[in-house]
Design a protein around this ligand. Sequence first.
Ligand SMILES: [Zn+2]
Length: 371
Amino acid sequence: MTHSLRSHSILNPAPCGPDSDLEYVVCDYCGTDRTHRLATLPPVEALPLPMHRLGASALRLGGERIHFCQCQTCGLVYMNPRLTEAAIARFYDTVYGTQGASEGFESDQRARAAHILDVVARLLDDAGDRGMSPSAGARPQVLDIGCGAGQLLQEAQRRGWEVRGTELSQVAAQHASQVLGVPIHCGDFRELGLPAGSLDLVVMQAVVEHLRAPIDFLRDSAALLRPGGVLFFSVPNVASAEHRLARLLGQPWRGFIVEHLYYFTPAFLRRLTADLGLEIAFMSSWNPLSRWPNPWRDLRRVGQGTPTSEPRSAPATPLPPFAGAHAPLAKRVLRQATNYLFDIVSKVSEGRRGGASTSGNVLFVWARKPR
Ligand SMILES: [Zn+2]
């Protein structure tokens, strides 16, 4: 299937140099390049997660720093300069070649899947659909883009949905395919050639922020929905309470990481979804998987010198040292106390189950195509 590329960021990149892994881009939504800088990614050795240090050490930044900027015209937040496509591939090869790709990301995903599908069922019920497609007797149809090991599709299948998935990781796609008993497409969903207006639900969990051209991607996925159908996606929230507190304290926000090319605000998402011909039916930052912070666990880590756990399997490439690991005890305790404060703010700002708080670090969006 061919699709016309309208992306501003893909069509207008400017390489930073012949040997650089960075490129300058314009706003993917409005095509302008008037921005103000929100943050600068810390140098590799100051990144707290071992995996980030390992992946970032494989990049050629040539003294350039990576910034996160907000478009002054439309409000979209994006990495600029950003990593080239080849550099990101090298980053993931380095990180995932060292450790199991999905280790730690697959546990307890069922609670999240159930929550997402419960809200979808309520929205379809509200619209008088009873969760069924317009064609009599047909099962409702879902496409999960970036379905991982297929946990959401498994829950949907259990509820009587007809399921389809796409996944870039071949290992994950094969696993999902075996679990579900249906083929999972390894690649871009647009290669499937699904007819416009044919799906009841399209899901994108933790996908949009990684894309090089998120606006085209969202537009093309929204086009697959039938009237009354729902697009569910999650994105990092740059308008979160934790980000605001970090700015107030002059600290780097933990949400700005080297893998995320895009960040969003509730206001921008309302504007964008309206542009895509959708209306936001429900938006919430409540996360069924998040837990209250545990001070005893954190205190133990202070004694170990690093704020996070090291990988379980020994990496083939030596880990670059964490710049803050040998800081004086008082400094490490302060750093951990700040992390703890951020954890609490993050948890509280998510709001309650079923609530519509939009102050948490992640926004979960259920957008519906009007009838
Ligand atoms: Zn813009």
